[in-house]
Design a protein. Structure first.
Length: 249
């Protein structure tokens, strides 16, 4: 039986305060979504196609010529893109970053892949009792009166994440450096990095709405630049002290 002849995997997940219907060709997406499944009716439905999966797989090979392509993995990204496009209409954006929660507040660390987000978040887990990862790679952010960081099934190859929604206090833009230094930055300074690390819809109207949401978000959360060396003993203490304004545990 060909992939196109297989019965679709139909299910509903609850993420970013929405019930999202998914019709998937492969079973990987449902496996990833186990902690997010709901019996409630869908607010909207997304579905992938073999053409989209093949297209995205070809694009993946251009960047990773030796990488192994799993169609179910590629499909999960196709579906995420469609969900992100739809959620923009509900004042929700998809960001690339790792979100740690502690003391009832969330902190989003964003940077290009390989900068050390996951390593730094792991330091928080090791050193701060009660801290947990909301999402390790692709969180949704609801841009309301109080911005909310939301867990999603797309939580990186380490599968670090929780089905949780936590008030977002700060966004931290990381750079590799020799010394650990945290610095508050303005929205003007942060804006290019925020756009770079946010899903950008191809539809022009949705993209304009995304920029407006990024602008609104930047006025409601703290914005920081973190020159970071995770291999120095003060990496966690430097970030935690600046973000919480308190003593390190």
């Amino acid at each position: 039986m060909s992939d196109t002849e297989k019965e679709l995997h139909r299910f509903v997940i609850r993420a970013a305060n929405k019930n999202i219907g998914i019709e998937a060709i492969y079973g990987r997406m449902k496996m990833y979504s186990e902690d997010f499944l709901t019996d409630g009716p869908a607010d909207f439905v997304v579905q992938s196609s073999q053409e989209e999966i093949l297209h995205d797989g070809a694009e993946f090979r251009k960047v990773n010529p030796r990488g192994r392509v799993f169609k179910g993995e590629i499909e999960s990204i196709v579906l995420l893109r469609k969900i992100a496009d739809a959620l923009v209409e509900s004042d929700t954006i998809l960001m690339h970053g790792a979100v740690i929660a502690a003391g009832g507040e969330a902190y989003l660390f964003t940077a290009p892949s390989g900068t050390g987000k996951t390593t730094h978040v792991s330091l928080w887990l090791d050193k701060l009792p009660g801290a947990y990862v909301v999402n390790g790679d692709k969180p949704f952010v609801i841009v309301g009166d109080t911005p909310l960081a939301c867990g999603t099934p797309w939580c990186g190859k380490e599968r670090m994440g929780t089905n949780a929604i936590v008030p977002l206090k700060a966004i931290v833009m990381m750079n590799r450096a020799e010394e650990n230094v945290m610095r508050r930055i303005s929205f003007i300074e942060a804006f290019p990095r925020l756009v770079e690390q946010t899903h950008r819809p191809e539809d022009a109207d949705k993209m304009r709405r995304t920029v407006r949401l990024i602008t609104a978000l930047g006025k409601k959360v703290e914005l920081w630049q973190f020159n970071c060396n995770n291999f120095r003993d003060d990496a966690f203490e430097t970030a935690h002290r600046a973000l919480t304004g308190g003593m390190t545990p």
